[in-house]
Ligand binder design. Structure first.
Ligand code: NCD
Length: 347
């Protein structure tokens, strides 16, 4: 299938003038056909959706951003369950806000101690029960693979909202949508990933996803102890013959980056507090360091930040992390709409 251009998708939308011509109508049909194939699917890691499916989701997110009111009933009557066994602000709130803005509702817990999990219930039993009440579940869990176990046990779609130090596919959708909209492309750029590349699940998912785009160069900036895990280096970077290098110096890398993706040192995944304390302030992006960055560079961060970006950087127009958090809600609106089911040829 030849994938239609972004312009095709936008033709005929409010404010773009006129109705779709033949080619545009075809593009529209292709997009909705691709989206229709996402109905009822689970999202456990970024590669679960093809590049074309991911692109179609972004086109839907673009539409929602342009005209959110038009999607106010897209999930009317649908119930989302948010099962958060680990703390969260952005991911949980953005999913819940997304469902509410689409006309649906949500149930869930943000603190497993308040559910039967505290009585020793298994993930399989919890999800089977939740599936009796809700149409779709979002799960964050400290154990790697837990959302996969849930997806096996449930007959509703399960979305992985972060499993231990493993993957975080909807943060990756957020990151890619931000890059696509703010840089204007998802290929041919240099991205520096800085901080805790060992335990940072957003990094693992983002590297995996970006491996599918042409001309992406990776600069991996971390202390020796927090380098990317071997499975990412060997199975993604080496196997995919991607262009990458590793360095300990943020200053040295900054001038060559189109995107700097900062991350927090993941305290909760450390075996001992001393190591955390020794490494936590290794990288602090401040105004002086920003002078080394290109004038069109952009700074992203999945958030929450601790000390790694000093608040003075927030005023720099290149600091896009709060905008990124907002894109997170829109891309989750697109995801929930697609998983509910988009009729081929109609949106
Ligand atoms: C990230 C996570 O949970 O992995 N947060 C998020 O979802 N935006 C990053 C982090 O906690 O450091």
């Amino acid at each position: 299938m030849i994938f239609p251009s972004r312009e095709d998708f936008f033709y005929g939308l409010p404010g773009t003038g006129g109705g779709p011509g033949q080619a545009e109508a075809k593009g529209e049909e292709n997009m909705t056909e691709t989206l229709a194939a996402l109905k009822g699917r689970s999202l456990l890691e970024p590669m679960d959706f093809s590049k074309e499916e991911t692109e179609a989701l972004f086109c839907l997110a673009d539409r929602i951003i342009e005209n959110p009111g038009a999607f106010g009933d897209a999930c009317r009557g649908r119930l989302l369950a948010t099962l958060f066994y680990e703390p969260s602000t952005r991911t949980r709130f953005s999913f819940e806000a997304a469902m509410l803005r689409l006309g649906g509702q949500f149930i869930g817990f943000s603190e497993p101690g308040s559910s039967s999990v505290s009585k020793g219930e298994s993930i399989a039993d919890t999800i089977r029960t939740v599936a009796c009440y809700a149409d779709i579940a979002v799960m964050r869990h400290p154990k790697e693979g837990a959302p996969r176990v849930a997806a096996f046990s449930a007959d509703i779609p399960v979305i992985n909202a972060g499993d231990g130090g493993h993957q975080h596919p909807t943060q990756t959708l957020t990151d890619l949508l931000t890059i696509r909209r703010e840089l204007g492309r998802t290929e041919d750029f240099t991205i520096g990933l800085c901080g805790d590349l060992k335990f940072g699940r957003t990094v693992h998912s983002l590297v995996k996803a970006l491996a599918r785009y042409r001309g992406v160069r990776f600069v991996l900036i971390s202390p020796e102890e927090l380098r990317v895990p071997d499975y990412v280096r060997q199975e993604v970077l080496e196997k995919g013959k991607l262009s990458y290098r590793e360095t300990e110096s943020l200053q040295e890398a900054l001038p060559e980056l189109d995107i700097l993706y900062m991350t927090r040192v993941q305290r909760e995944r450390f075996f001992n507090e001393e190591d955390y304390i020794r490494l936590k302030d290794r990288y602090i992006l401040n105004g002086a360091k920003m002078k080394l960055a290109g004038k069109n560079a952009m700074v992203l961060h999945p958030l929450p930040r601790v000390n790694e970006i000093s608040p003075e950087v927030d005023r720099d127009p290149r600091a896009l992390y709060f905008k990124q958090a907002k894109y997170g809600m829109y891309v989750r609106m697109a995801l929930l709409t697609a998983l509910k089911g988009v009729e081929a040829g109609r949106l």
